[in-house]
Design a protein around this ligand. Structure first.
Ligand SMILES: Nc1nc2c(ncn2[C@@H]2O[C@H](COP(=O)(O)OP(=O)(O)OP(=O)(O)O)[C@@H](O)[C@H]2O)c(=O)[nH]1
Ligand SMILES: [Mg+2]
Length: 448
Protein backbone atom coordinates (compact mmCIF):
# COMPACT_ATOMS: atom_id res chain seq x y z
CA UNK A 1 0.00 0.00 0.00
CA UNK A 2 1.42 3.35 -1.05
CA UNK A 3 1.88 5.77 1.85
CA UNK A 4 -0.24 8.85 1.29
CA UNK A 5 0.59 10.94 4.33
CA UNK A 6 4.35 11.28 4.13
CA UNK A 7 6.09 14.19 2.42
CA UNK A 8 7.07 13.79 -1.21
CA UNK A 9 9.39 15.72 -3.48
CA UNK A 10 9.94 15.69 -7.25
CA UNK A 11 11.08 17.84 -10.14
CA UNK A 12 8.02 19.29 -11.91
CA UNK A 13 9.89 20.31 -15.07
CA UNK A 14 11.71 18.08 -17.58
CA UNK A 15 15.40 17.38 -17.04
CA UNK A 16 17.95 19.30 -19.09
CA UNK A 17 19.32 22.82 -19.26
CA UNK A 18 16.77 25.61 -19.43
CA UNK A 19 15.57 28.88 -17.96
CA UNK A 20 14.13 27.37 -14.80
CA UNK A 21 13.62 24.09 -12.97
CA UNK A 22 10.73 23.63 -10.55
CA UNK A 23 10.87 21.28 -7.57
CA UNK A 24 7.69 20.51 -5.68
CA UNK A 25 7.29 19.34 -2.10
CA UNK A 26 3.97 18.15 -0.72
CA UNK A 27 2.98 16.74 2.67
CA UNK A 28 2.92 17.59 6.37
CA UNK A 29 6.71 18.10 6.58
CA UNK A 30 7.05 20.23 3.44
CA UNK A 31 7.78 23.52 5.21
CA UNK A 32 9.72 22.06 8.16
CA UNK A 33 11.94 20.03 5.83
CA UNK A 34 12.73 23.05 3.68
CA UNK A 35 13.56 25.51 6.45
CA UNK A 36 17.20 24.35 6.93
CA UNK A 37 17.75 25.00 3.20
CA UNK A 38 16.86 28.70 3.53
CA UNK A 39 19.75 31.06 4.31
CA UNK A 40 17.70 33.02 6.80
CA UNK A 41 15.23 30.26 7.62
CA UNK A 42 12.03 32.10 6.76
CA UNK A 43 9.48 30.89 4.20
CA UNK A 44 7.10 33.24 2.39
CA UNK A 45 3.65 33.38 4.01
CA UNK A 46 1.10 30.81 2.72
CA UNK A 47 -0.25 31.81 -0.68
CA UNK A 48 2.73 34.14 -1.24
CA UNK A 49 6.07 33.91 -3.00
CA UNK A 50 9.51 35.39 -2.34
CA UNK A 51 13.09 35.30 -3.52
CA UNK A 52 15.26 33.26 -1.14
CA UNK A 53 18.85 32.08 -1.01
CA UNK A 54 19.01 28.31 -0.81
CA UNK A 55 21.94 26.76 1.05
CA UNK A 56 23.35 23.33 1.75
CA UNK A 57 22.09 22.66 5.32
CA UNK A 58 25.36 20.97 6.37
CA UNK A 59 27.89 23.49 5.04
CA UNK A 60 25.60 26.57 4.81
CA UNK A 61 27.23 27.25 1.42
CA UNK A 62 24.83 28.90 -1.07
CA UNK A 63 23.23 26.69 -3.75
CA UNK A 64 21.01 29.09 -5.69
CA UNK A 65 18.73 32.09 -5.54
CA UNK A 66 15.22 30.68 -5.94
CA UNK A 67 11.67 31.90 -6.10
CA UNK A 68 9.88 30.08 -3.30
CA UNK A 69 6.09 29.62 -3.29
CA UNK A 70 4.34 28.32 -0.23
CA UNK A 71 0.80 26.95 0.15
CA UNK A 72 -0.95 25.80 3.32
CA UNK A 73 -3.30 22.79 3.43
CA UNK A 74 -6.01 22.57 2.21
CA UNK A 75 -5.45 25.55 -0.10
CA UNK A 76 -3.02 23.89 -2.47
CA UNK A 77 -2.85 21.71 -5.53
CA UNK A 78 -2.72 18.49 -3.48
CA UNK A 79 -4.75 19.70 -0.52
CA UNK A 80 -1.60 19.36 1.62
CA UNK A 81 1.16 21.79 2.60
CA UNK A 82 3.02 22.47 -0.65
CA UNK A 83 6.24 24.34 -1.40
CA UNK A 84 7.50 25.07 -4.90
CA UNK A 85 11.08 26.03 -5.62
CA UNK A 86 11.69 27.83 -8.93
CA UNK A 87 15.40 27.36 -9.48
CA UNK A 88 17.77 28.35 -12.23
CA UNK A 89 17.55 25.67 -14.94
CA UNK A 90 20.73 23.74 -14.17
CA UNK A 91 20.52 19.92 -14.29
CA UNK A 92 23.46 19.71 -11.84
CA UNK A 93 21.74 21.98 -9.32
CA UNK A 94 18.51 20.00 -9.69
CA UNK A 95 20.29 16.72 -9.06
CA UNK A 96 22.20 18.06 -6.06
CA UNK A 97 19.19 19.66 -4.40
CA UNK A 98 17.01 16.58 -4.92
CA UNK A 99 19.72 14.43 -3.34
CA UNK A 100 19.90 16.78 -0.35
CA UNK A 101 16.10 16.89 0.06
CA UNK A 102 15.71 13.11 -0.12
CA UNK A 103 18.72 12.81 2.22
CA UNK A 104 16.79 15.02 4.63
CA UNK A 105 13.99 12.41 4.76
CA UNK A 106 11.64 13.40 1.93
CA UNK A 107 10.50 10.65 -0.42
CA UNK A 108 10.93 10.97 -4.18
CA UNK A 109 7.37 10.98 -5.59
CA UNK A 110 6.13 8.24 -7.93
CA UNK A 111 4.68 9.23 -11.33
CA UNK A 112 1.40 11.11 -10.91
CA UNK A 113 1.57 11.06 -7.12
CA UNK A 114 0.83 14.78 -6.71
CA UNK A 115 -2.31 14.43 -8.83
CA UNK A 116 -3.26 11.22 -6.98
CA UNK A 117 -3.10 13.12 -3.68
CA UNK A 118 -5.19 15.93 -5.20
CA UNK A 119 -7.79 13.29 -6.13
CA UNK A 120 -7.69 11.52 -2.74
CA UNK A 121 -8.02 14.86 -0.94
CA UNK A 122 -11.08 15.83 -3.01
CA UNK A 123 -9.32 18.63 -4.92
CA UNK A 124 -9.92 17.06 -8.32
CA UNK A 125 -12.30 14.39 -9.63
CA UNK A 126 -10.97 11.57 -11.82
CA UNK A 127 -12.20 13.01 -15.12
CA UNK A 128 -10.29 16.24 -14.45
CA UNK A 129 -7.18 14.34 -13.33
CA UNK A 130 -7.32 12.34 -16.57
CA UNK A 131 -7.80 15.59 -18.50
CA UNK A 132 -4.53 16.92 -17.05
CA UNK A 133 -2.78 13.84 -18.40
CA UNK A 134 -4.47 14.20 -21.80
CA UNK A 135 -3.53 17.89 -21.91
CA UNK A 136 0.13 17.07 -21.35
CA UNK A 137 0.06 14.22 -23.87
CA UNK A 138 -2.00 16.06 -26.55
CA UNK A 139 -0.56 15.49 -30.02
CA UNK A 140 -2.87 17.89 -31.88
CA UNK A 141 -4.69 21.18 -31.25
CA UNK A 142 -7.94 19.16 -31.27
CA UNK A 143 -6.71 16.83 -28.52
CA UNK A 144 -5.68 19.91 -26.56
CA UNK A 145 -9.13 21.49 -26.88
CA UNK A 146 -10.89 18.30 -25.81
CA UNK A 147 -8.63 17.94 -22.77
CA UNK A 148 -9.15 21.61 -21.85
CA UNK A 149 -12.90 21.14 -22.04
CA UNK A 150 -12.74 18.05 -19.82
CA UNK A 151 -10.48 19.88 -17.39
CA UNK A 152 -13.10 22.61 -17.27
CA UNK A 153 -15.59 19.99 -16.07
CA UNK A 154 -17.41 19.06 -19.31
CA UNK A 155 -17.50 15.32 -18.64
CA UNK A 156 -17.87 15.64 -14.87
CA UNK A 157 -21.04 17.74 -15.37
CA UNK A 158 -22.54 15.33 -17.89
CA UNK A 159 -21.97 12.38 -15.55
CA UNK A 160 -23.34 14.32 -12.64
CA UNK A 161 -26.56 15.07 -14.60
CA UNK A 162 -26.90 11.38 -15.50
CA UNK A 163 -26.37 10.34 -11.87
CA UNK A 164 -28.88 12.90 -10.65
CA UNK A 165 -31.57 11.49 -12.95
CA UNK A 166 -30.91 7.88 -11.86
CA UNK A 167 -30.72 8.91 -8.24
CA UNK A 168 -34.16 10.56 -8.47
CA UNK A 169 -35.68 7.33 -9.73
CA UNK A 170 -33.90 5.22 -7.09
CA UNK A 171 -35.01 7.62 -4.35
CA UNK A 172 -38.63 7.53 -5.59
CA UNK A 173 -38.67 3.71 -5.44
CA UNK A 174 -37.03 3.66 -2.01
CA UNK A 175 -39.46 6.27 -0.67
CA UNK A 176 -42.43 4.19 -1.89
CA UNK A 177 -41.08 1.25 0.09
CA UNK A 178 -40.12 3.18 3.21
CA UNK A 179 -43.19 5.43 3.43
CA UNK A 180 -46.02 3.54 1.69
CA UNK A 181 -48.67 5.71 3.38
CA UNK A 182 -47.15 9.03 2.32
CA UNK A 183 -45.62 8.39 -1.08
CA UNK A 184 -47.73 7.36 -4.08
CA UNK A 185 -46.43 4.49 -6.14
CA UNK A 186 -45.08 5.55 -9.54
CA UNK A 187 -47.45 3.96 -12.12
CA UNK A 188 -45.81 1.10 -14.01
CA UNK A 189 -46.02 2.88 -17.39
CA UNK A 190 -44.37 6.03 -15.96
CA UNK A 191 -41.60 3.91 -14.49
CA UNK A 192 -41.13 2.19 -17.87
CA UNK A 193 -40.87 5.58 -19.58
CA UNK A 194 -38.33 6.83 -17.03
CA UNK A 195 -36.20 3.71 -17.39
CA UNK A 196 -36.32 4.09 -21.21
CA UNK A 197 -35.00 7.63 -20.82
CA UNK A 198 -32.14 6.48 -18.60
CA UNK A 199 -31.21 3.71 -21.05
CA UNK A 200 -31.28 6.16 -23.98
CA UNK A 201 -29.11 8.66 -22.13
CA UNK A 202 -26.60 5.99 -21.18
CA UNK A 203 -26.47 4.77 -24.80
CA UNK A 204 -25.87 8.35 -25.95
CA UNK A 205 -23.08 8.71 -23.41
CA UNK A 206 -21.40 5.50 -24.45
CA UNK A 207 -21.67 6.49 -28.14
CA UNK A 208 -19.87 9.75 -27.31
CA UNK A 209 -16.71 7.64 -26.83
CA UNK A 210 -16.19 7.46 -30.60
CA UNK A 211 -16.11 11.22 -31.10
CA UNK A 212 -14.05 11.66 -27.93
CA UNK A 213 -11.51 9.16 -29.27
CA UNK A 214 -11.41 10.92 -32.64
CA UNK A 215 -10.61 14.25 -31.00
CA UNK A 216 -8.12 12.71 -28.61
CA UNK A 217 -6.32 10.22 -30.86
CA UNK A 218 -6.99 11.60 -34.33
CA UNK A 219 -8.60 10.15 -37.45
CA UNK A 220 -6.89 6.77 -37.91
CA UNK A 221 -6.18 5.87 -41.52
CA UNK A 222 -4.96 2.28 -41.79
CA UNK A 223 -3.20 1.19 -44.99
CA UNK A 224 -4.01 -2.44 -45.79
CA UNK A 225 -3.40 -4.74 -48.73
CA UNK A 226 -1.44 -7.73 -49.90
CA UNK A 227 2.33 -7.86 -49.38
CA UNK A 228 4.14 -5.66 -51.92
CA UNK A 229 0.99 -3.65 -52.69
CA UNK A 230 3.02 -0.50 -51.97
CA UNK A 231 1.69 0.38 -48.50
CA UNK A 232 5.00 1.39 -46.96
CA UNK A 233 6.01 3.39 -50.05
CA UNK A 234 2.71 5.28 -49.93
CA UNK A 235 2.99 5.77 -46.14
CA UNK A 236 6.46 7.31 -46.66
CA UNK A 237 5.28 9.44 -49.59
CA UNK A 238 2.42 10.91 -47.49
CA UNK A 239 4.79 11.58 -44.59
CA UNK A 240 7.54 12.98 -46.78
CA UNK A 241 10.16 10.80 -45.01
CA UNK A 242 11.63 7.30 -45.28
CA UNK A 243 9.95 6.17 -42.08
CA UNK A 244 9.04 2.63 -43.17
CA UNK A 245 11.26 0.05 -44.88
CA UNK A 246 10.41 -0.50 -48.56
CA UNK A 247 11.84 -3.46 -50.49
CA UNK A 248 10.91 -5.60 -53.48
CA UNK A 249 10.46 -8.53 -51.08
CA UNK A 250 6.88 -9.46 -50.16
CA UNK A 251 6.37 -9.48 -46.38
CA UNK A 252 8.80 -6.64 -45.54
CA UNK A 253 6.68 -4.85 -42.95
CA UNK A 254 6.03 -7.01 -39.88
CA UNK A 255 4.87 -4.67 -37.14
CA UNK A 256 2.59 -1.70 -37.68
CA UNK A 257 3.96 1.86 -37.67
CA UNK A 258 1.98 5.02 -37.01
CA UNK A 259 2.71 8.69 -37.66
CA UNK A 260 0.71 11.91 -37.86
CA UNK A 261 0.08 13.23 -41.38
CA UNK A 262 2.24 16.38 -41.43
CA UNK A 263 0.72 19.87 -41.82
CA UNK A 264 -2.84 18.64 -41.59
CA UNK A 265 -5.30 21.01 -39.89
CA UNK A 266 -7.20 17.97 -38.52
CA UNK A 267 -5.29 15.22 -36.74
CA UNK A 268 -4.82 12.33 -39.17
CA UNK A 269 -2.85 9.28 -37.97
CA UNK A 270 -1.44 7.13 -40.76
CA UNK A 271 -0.85 3.47 -39.94
CA UNK A 272 1.35 1.23 -42.10
CA UNK A 273 0.68 -2.48 -41.62
CA UNK A 274 2.03 -5.90 -42.55
CA UNK A 275 0.70 -7.26 -45.87
CA UNK A 276 -2.33 -9.50 -45.52
CA UNK A 277 -1.93 -13.09 -46.66
CA UNK A 278 -2.04 -16.61 -45.21
CA UNK A 279 1.51 -16.34 -43.87
CA UNK A 280 3.87 -19.30 -43.40
CA UNK A 281 6.23 -18.00 -40.76
CA UNK A 282 5.18 -17.34 -37.16
CA UNK A 283 6.62 -13.81 -37.30
CA UNK A 284 4.64 -12.91 -40.40
CA UNK A 285 1.47 -14.48 -38.95
CA UNK A 286 1.89 -12.31 -35.85
CA UNK A 287 2.29 -9.29 -38.14
CA UNK A 288 -0.95 -10.14 -39.97
CA UNK A 289 -2.79 -10.42 -36.64
CA UNK A 290 -1.49 -6.98 -35.66
CA UNK A 291 -2.68 -5.58 -38.99
CA UNK A 292 -6.17 -6.97 -38.34
CA UNK A 293 -6.17 -5.41 -34.88
CA UNK A 294 -5.37 -2.05 -36.47
CA UNK A 295 -8.24 -2.54 -38.90
CA UNK A 296 -10.59 -2.83 -35.90
CA UNK A 297 -9.63 0.63 -34.65
CA UNK A 298 -9.57 2.32 -38.06
CA UNK A 299 -11.60 5.42 -38.87
CA UNK A 300 -10.84 4.75 -42.53
CA UNK A 301 -9.19 1.88 -44.39
CA UNK A 302 -7.03 2.62 -47.40
CA UNK A 303 -7.36 -0.65 -49.29
CA UNK A 304 -4.37 -0.87 -51.62
CA UNK A 305 -4.21 -3.00 -54.75
CA UNK A 306 -1.13 -3.18 -56.95
CA UNK A 307 -2.56 -2.24 -60.36
CA UNK A 308 0.63 -3.41 -62.12
CA UNK A 309 0.07 -7.12 -61.47
CA UNK A 310 -2.80 -9.64 -61.36
CA UNK A 311 -4.21 -10.37 -57.88
CA UNK A 312 -2.29 -13.03 -55.96
CA UNK A 313 -4.04 -16.23 -54.77
CA UNK A 314 -6.69 -15.42 -52.19
CA UNK A 315 -5.83 -11.68 -52.24
CA UNK A 316 -9.27 -10.34 -53.11
CA UNK A 317 -11.16 -12.72 -50.83
CA UNK A 318 -8.80 -11.72 -47.96
CA UNK A 319 -9.63 -8.05 -48.51
CA UNK A 320 -13.35 -8.80 -48.75
CA UNK A 321 -13.38 -10.50 -45.34
CA UNK A 322 -12.03 -7.42 -43.53
CA UNK A 323 -14.41 -6.07 -40.88
CA UNK A 324 -16.79 -3.40 -42.15
CA UNK A 325 -15.05 -0.01 -41.90
CA UNK A 326 -15.29 3.02 -44.17
CA UNK A 327 -12.84 2.32 -46.98
CA UNK A 328 -11.15 4.05 -49.84
CA UNK A 329 -9.75 1.88 -52.63
CA UNK A 330 -6.33 2.86 -53.89
CA UNK A 331 -4.80 1.49 -57.09
CA UNK A 332 -1.02 1.70 -56.58
CA UNK A 333 1.93 1.86 -58.99
CA UNK A 334 -0.06 3.88 -61.53
CA UNK A 335 3.20 4.63 -63.37
CA UNK A 336 3.36 0.97 -64.54
CA UNK A 337 1.13 -0.69 -67.19
CA UNK A 338 -2.31 -1.60 -65.84
CA UNK A 339 -2.65 -5.35 -65.22
CA UNK A 340 -5.81 -5.67 -63.11
CA UNK A 341 -9.34 -4.31 -62.90
CA UNK A 342 -9.36 -2.37 -59.61
CA UNK A 343 -12.75 -1.21 -58.22
CA UNK A 344 -14.16 1.62 -60.36
CA UNK A 345 -14.05 4.15 -57.50
CA UNK A 346 -10.32 3.54 -56.88
CA UNK A 347 -7.90 6.45 -56.77
CA UNK A 348 -4.83 5.72 -58.90
CA UNK A 349 -1.56 6.76 -57.24
CA UNK A 350 2.13 6.47 -57.92
CA UNK A 351 4.90 7.18 -55.46
CA UNK A 352 7.29 7.53 -58.42
CA UNK A 353 5.42 10.19 -60.44
CA UNK A 354 3.47 11.38 -57.34
CA UNK A 355 0.24 11.08 -59.37
CA UNK A 356 -2.84 11.10 -57.12
CA UNK A 357 -0.90 11.93 -53.94
CA UNK A 358 -2.25 15.47 -53.52
CA UNK A 359 -5.80 14.25 -54.09
CA UNK A 360 -5.30 11.49 -51.55
CA UNK A 361 -3.81 13.83 -48.94
CA UNK A 362 -6.58 16.39 -49.43
CA UNK A 363 -9.25 13.68 -49.32
CA UNK A 364 -7.90 12.40 -46.00
CA UNK A 365 -7.86 15.89 -44.50
CA UNK A 366 -11.44 16.54 -45.65
CA UNK A 367 -12.72 13.22 -44.29
CA UNK A 368 -11.00 13.81 -40.99
CA UNK A 369 -12.45 17.31 -40.69
CA UNK A 370 -15.96 15.99 -41.45
CA UNK A 371 -15.63 13.19 -38.89
CA UNK A 372 -14.35 15.49 -36.15
CA UNK A 373 -16.79 18.38 -36.66
CA UNK A 374 -16.17 22.01 -35.67
CA UNK A 375 -15.97 21.89 -31.92
CA UNK A 376 -15.00 19.24 -29.36
CA UNK A 377 -17.91 17.03 -28.30
CA UNK A 378 -19.18 18.30 -24.97
CA UNK A 379 -18.96 15.77 -22.15
CA UNK A 380 -17.63 12.98 -24.37
CA UNK A 381 -15.97 9.90 -22.89
CA UNK A 382 -12.30 9.91 -23.75
CA UNK A 383 -10.88 6.61 -22.52
CA UNK A 384 -11.66 2.93 -22.09
CA UNK A 385 -11.82 3.14 -18.31
CA UNK A 386 -14.71 5.59 -18.51
CA UNK A 387 -16.38 3.59 -21.28
CA UNK A 388 -16.09 0.36 -19.23
CA UNK A 389 -17.89 1.96 -16.28
CA UNK A 390 -20.70 3.25 -18.53
CA UNK A 391 -21.03 -0.18 -20.14
CA UNK A 392 -21.46 -1.77 -16.71
CA UNK A 393 -24.21 0.72 -15.87
CA UNK A 394 -25.83 0.08 -19.27
CA UNK A 395 -25.83 -3.68 -18.70
CA UNK A 396 -27.63 -3.33 -15.39
CA UNK A 397 -30.13 -0.80 -16.75
CA UNK A 398 -30.98 -2.98 -19.77
CA UNK A 399 -31.62 -5.90 -17.44
CA UNK A 400 -33.86 -3.77 -15.22
CA UNK A 401 -35.74 -2.56 -18.29
CA UNK A 402 -36.36 -6.12 -19.47
CA UNK A 403 -37.39 -7.51 -16.12
CA UNK A 404 -39.23 -4.48 -14.78
CA UNK A 405 -42.66 -6.09 -14.89
CA UNK A 406 -41.62 -9.07 -12.78
CA UNK A 407 -38.98 -7.65 -10.46
CA UNK A 408 -40.14 -6.42 -7.03
CA UNK A 409 -39.52 -2.72 -6.57
CA UNK A 410 -37.01 -3.16 -3.76
CA UNK A 411 -34.84 -5.24 -6.10
CA UNK A 412 -35.28 -2.60 -8.79
CA UNK A 413 -34.09 0.08 -6.37
CA UNK A 414 -31.03 -2.01 -5.39
CA UNK A 415 -30.17 -2.56 -9.04
CA UNK A 416 -30.49 1.16 -9.74
CA UNK A 417 -28.04 1.83 -6.92
CA UNK A 418 -25.61 -0.65 -8.49
CA UNK A 419 -25.86 1.18 -11.83
CA UNK A 420 -25.32 4.46 -9.99
CA UNK A 421 -22.16 3.10 -8.39
CA UNK A 422 -20.74 2.32 -11.83
CA UNK A 423 -21.56 5.84 -12.99
CA UNK A 424 -19.75 7.09 -9.91
CA UNK A 425 -16.60 5.27 -11.07
CA UNK A 426 -16.29 7.63 -14.03
CA UNK A 427 -15.55 10.65 -11.87
CA UNK A 428 -14.17 8.62 -8.97
CA UNK A 429 -17.05 9.15 -6.54
CA UNK A 430 -17.00 5.43 -5.80
CA UNK A 431 -14.11 4.06 -3.72
CA UNK A 432 -11.51 2.87 -6.22
CA UNK A 433 -9.10 0.00 -5.74
CA UNK A 434 -5.42 0.84 -5.35
CA UNK A 435 -4.69 -1.16 -8.48
CA UNK A 436 -7.02 0.97 -10.60
CA UNK A 437 -5.65 4.20 -9.15
CA UNK A 438 -2.09 3.01 -9.84
CA UNK A 439 -3.05 2.26 -13.43
CA UNK A 440 -4.55 5.73 -13.92
CA UNK A 441 -1.93 7.83 -12.16
CA UNK A 442 1.04 5.63 -13.11
CA UNK A 443 0.74 6.99 -16.68
CA UNK A 444 1.57 10.50 -15.46
CA UNK A 445 5.06 11.88 -15.44
CA UNK A 446 7.05 12.29 -12.22
CA UNK A 447 6.27 15.56 -10.47
CA UNK A 448 2.73 15.77 -11.90
N1 LIG B 1 6.85 1.53 -59.92
C1 LIG B 1 6.42 1.67 -58.68
N2 LIG B 1 6.85 0.87 -57.68
C2 LIG B 1 6.37 1.04 -56.47
C3 LIG B 1 5.42 2.04 -56.13
N3 LIG B 1 5.12 1.94 -54.83
C4 LIG B 1 5.86 0.93 -54.35
N4 LIG B 1 6.61 0.38 -55.31
C5 LIG B 1 7.52 -0.74 -55.18
O1 LIG B 1 6.82 -1.90 -54.75
C6 LIG B 1 7.62 -2.70 -53.89
C7 LIG B 1 6.87 -2.97 -52.60
O2 LIG B 1 6.63 -1.74 -51.96
P1 LIG B 1 6.33 -1.65 -50.39
O3 LIG B 1 5.93 -0.27 -50.11
O4 LIG B 1 7.48 -2.21 -49.62
O5 LIG B 1 5.11 -2.63 -50.30
P2 LIG B 1 4.28 -3.06 -48.98
O6 LIG B 1 2.86 -3.10 -49.36
O7 LIG B 1 4.67 -2.19 -47.85
O8 LIG B 1 4.81 -4.53 -48.76
P3 LIG B 1 4.89 -5.39 -47.40
O9 LIG B 1 5.55 -4.55 -46.35
O10 LIG B 1 5.71 -6.55 -47.79
O11 LIG B 1 3.49 -5.78 -47.05
C8 LIG B 1 8.92 -1.90 -53.69
O12 LIG B 1 9.88 -2.41 -54.56
C9 LIG B 1 8.56 -0.49 -54.10
O13 LIG B 1 9.65 0.26 -54.58
C10 LIG B 1 4.99 2.90 -57.21
O14 LIG B 1 4.15 3.79 -57.02
N5 LIG B 1 5.50 2.66 -58.45
MG1 LIG C 1 5.49 -2.56 -46.02
Amino acid sequence: MKCTNDTIVAPATPAGRGAIHVIRLSGPEATTALRPFLANGDLPLPGRHGLRTLVDPATRLPLDQALVLSFKAPHSLTGEDVVELHLHGSPMLLQELLALLTGAGLRLASPGEFTLRAFLNGKQDLTRAEAVHDLIEARSPQALRLAAQQLHGGLAETISTLREALLNTATQLEAELDFPDDVDQLPQEDLARTLDLHVTELARQSASFNSGQLWREGFRVVLVGAPNAGKSALFNALLGTDRSIVTTEAGTTRDYLEEMLPDSPSPVVLVDTAGLRAADSAAEQAGVLRSLKQVEGASLLLVLEDSSCAPGPGEISFLETLPPRPRWHIATKADLPLQRACPAESLAVSTITRAGLDLLRQGLITRAAEALGESPPSGALTNLRQLGAIHQAQLIMSRIQLEMATLPRDILATQLRAALAHLGEVSGQRAMSEEILDRIFGQFCIGK
